[in-house]
Design a protein around this ligand. Structure first.
Ligand SMILES: C[S@@+](CC[C@H](N)C(=O)[O-])C[C@H]1O[C@@H](n2cnc3c(N)ncnc32)[C@H](O)[C@@H]1O
Length: 327
C-alpha cells in the first residue's frame, strides 16, 4: 500500500494508518506476527471495541509523520498548492524538504507525470526523507538532493513551473529560483516565513529580480460550529423580552419553567412550537499565526521583435500577379 496508488486488501509490508480516535492515530507497517498496543492494551480480535486501518494519504501522513522539523499543515498546504497552480504534470521545486509533509501532497497533486525537485541541506533529514519517499512509492517522482540552496543555488535551468521556499533566508535563493523557471512560461513562487522582517527582505529580492504580482497572505484557521436557533420576528422577541423582564428572568425557557408550562421539544431538545434556523457560530478565536505566505509571478522575458516585411497593397497585387502567371 503506497501513496501513489490504491488497493483493496492490506498485505504484509503495507503502511497503514491506525485510527483510534480523531486525535489518536499512528502509522504502522504490517508484519506477519507484529503486535499493536495502545493504552487499552494489545489490539486483538476479541470483539471488544475496534480500530480502523486506513489507507495512507498525504493528509493523514501530515498528522502522523515523525517530526524532524516544523512542518506545513493542511490549511497552508492547500492554499499554497492552489496559488502555485500545481496540477498533474507540473515540475516543482521545494526547499527545505524538512519532514516531507508538504512533499507528499505535492507529489500527489503533480502525479503521474510531474516531478518534484526537493532540496535539504541537513544530511540526516535528507537521508531519512529520501528513504521515506522510496518506501512510500514516491522515489521516482521526488528527486531529493542534499544541497545548501542559499549558497549553491538549485542547479536547475529552464525546468520548473513553481517554486516553494520554506527556508530561514529565502531571499538568498531567489536569483537561482528565477533561473530554474521555464523561461518561456509564466511561473509562480511562494515563500513561507514566520516574521514580517523576512517577508520584507524577500519582497525586496523578488522586486530586484523583476518578479511581479507580489502579494502576501496569512492563513488562519477558524472553526465554525453549526447550531440551530429559534426563528422569531422582532415584535415577538420584544414581547418575549418584556414578559421575561416582568418574571425577572433572562430567557423564555426559564420563564416557562417558572410558569409550569410544558414545552414540546424535538429530539434535539428544541421547542417544536417555533421554527428553527441553522446559524454558524465561531466558538474559538482564529488559531495562531503559522507563517506569512508571499507569492509572486515569474514572467518570461519579452522576446526581441522579429523584423517582419511590410505588406502593402502593391505587394499583395504583385503576389497575385505572380501566382496568376504560374497558372
Ligand atoms: C521548516 S523545515 C521545512 C518543512 C517542510 N516544508 C515540511 O512541510 O515538512 C525547513 C528545512 O529547511 C532546511 N534548510 C534550511 N536552510 C536551508 C538551505 N540553505 N538549503 C537547503 N535546506 C535548508 C532545514 O534543514 C529544514 O529541514
Amino acid at each position: 500500500m503506497s501513496f501513489s496508488g490504491w488497493k483493496k486488501y492490506i498485505e504484509v509490508g503495507d503502511l497503514v494508518i491506525v485510527y483510534m480516535t480523531k486525535d489518536n492515530m499512528t502509522p504502522i507497517v504490517i508484519t506477519e506476527d507484529g503486535d499493536l498496543n495502545n493504552r487499552f492494551g494489545m489490539i486483538s480480535n476479541n470483539y471488544k471495541g475496534f480500530i480502523y486501518l486506513l489507507h495512507p494519504t498525504p493528509e493523514l501522513w501530515t498528522l502522523v509523520l515523525p517530526h524532524r522539523t516544523q512542518i506545513l499543515y493542511i490549511a497552508d498546504i492547500s492554499f499554497i498548492t492552489t496559488y502555485l497552480d500545481m496540477k498533474p504534470g507540473a515540475r516543482v521545486i521545494e526547499s527545505g524538504t524538512g519532514s516531507g509533509s508538504f512533499s507528499h501532497s505535492i507529489a500527489r497533486t503533480i502525479a503521474p507525470t510531474g516531478k518534484l525537485f526537493s532540496f535539504e541541506y541537513h544530511l540526516e533529514r535528507a537521508t531519512l526523507a529520501k528513504q521515506e519517499f522510496q518506501d512510500h512509492g514516491l522515489g521516482d517522482m521526488i528527486q531529493l538532493e542534499h544541497r545548501d540552496v542559499c549558497k549553491n543555488g538549485f542547479g536547475l535551468v529552464d525546468t520548473v513551473n513553481a517554486v516553494f521556499l520554506d527556508l530561514p533566508a529565502p531571499w538568498e535563493a531567489i536569483e537561482s529560483a528565477k533561473a530554474a523557471f521555464k523561461q518561456h512560461r509564466t511561473g509562480k513562487i511562494c515563500t513561507f516565513s514566520p516574521c514580517i522582517e523576512q517577508v520584507a527582505r524577500t519582497v525586496t529580492a523578488l522586486n530586484d529580480h523583476e518578479f511581479v504580482e507580489i502579494t502576501m497572505y496569512e492563513c488562519l484557521i477558524r472553526s465554525h460550529g453549526v447550531i440551530p436557533l429559534h426563528k422569531i420576528d422582532f415584535s415577538e422577541a420584544l414581547e418575549e423580552a418584556k414578559l421575561n423582564a416582568l418574571a425577572g428572568v433572562t430567557n423564555t425557557r426559564k420563564r416557562k419553567l417558572l410558569e409550569g408550562v410544558e414545552e414540546e421539544t424535538d429530539a434535539d431538545g428544541l421547542s417544536t412550537a417555533v421554527e428553527t434556523l441553522l446559524v454558524s457560530k465561531t466558538p474559538e478565536e482564529a488559531r495562531g499565526h503559522t507563517s506569512y505566505l508571499t507569492f509572486a509571478t515569474f514572467l518570461p522575458a519579452i522576446q526581441e521583435s522579429v523584423e517582419m516585411p511590410l505588406v502593402t497593397k502593391e505587394t499583395v497585387v504583385e503576389v497575385i500577379k505572380e501566382v496568376e502567371a504560374t497558372k
